[in-house]
Design a protein around this ligand. Sequence first.
Ligand code: MF3
Ligand code: CO
Length: 258
Amino acid sequence: MVCKTFKQKQKMRAACRAAATVLDRLCRIVGPGITTLDIDQEGKRLMDEFGVKSACHGYRAGSRTFPAYTCLSVNDEVVHGIGTKKCVLKEGDIISVDVCVVLDGHVGDNCRTVPVGSVAPDISRLLKVTEESMHRGIAQAVHGNRVGDVSNAVQRCVEGAGFAVITNFVGHGVGKSLHEEPQIPNYGKAGSGPVLKRGLTVAIEPMVNMRNKDISMASDGWTALTVDGMPSAHFEHTVMVDKDRPEILTVPEGQEMA
Ligand code: MF3
Ligand code: CO
């Protein structure tokens, strides 16, 4: 969505702030012994408390609707994992917590991958590089640049560190609906693709594997898995394109920059 009015911008800011606050709270409860169902249920509770709805609950892809309130993907689960009481987190795991909410007809979408206790150094590097690649991409989201500038910045950061960018899933425009034009791949040529305009709101979300970018689908029809069984990381912010620098919208309540 291209926000043309101050009112639209304020609605996107509010939806994104709520999405970020829920995400931040959920990341704080991650630890050994908690189940992914516990985290999802806390997500639902927080959304009720903040007066927002999950944008993924009931989301339809083909004939299947997404059954949970958040996407929780552990270790070799890449994206769209479903919380379950069978999945008990343990020291050394990583979990991607992906939260998208609707407030007043506007959607905010964000994700972070966090360690459970302390994790192996190569996994910790995977998280750092994935987050860094997201910020490199975000820095390109300025008026007049092209989608390919964002994509290429992400790809160079990831591949420069020796990791593999996932190509099966991409970032996206986000606004009145969760997935809008344009698609924002995490790979591509600088200077290619649609031009970014001031006021456009997009979700920039690199998904990164250790070595092999390929994924397969679990039998639940939602969860994407790495084919090599190695862990995968995912970071995402919703940002608004602006003239000189992009505005990151998914900032938790109380953590706004001065
Ligand atoms: N942040 C995720 C995405 O953009 C949210 C997916 S919702 C789901 O793909 F229902 F598709 F899982
Ligand atoms: Co998204």
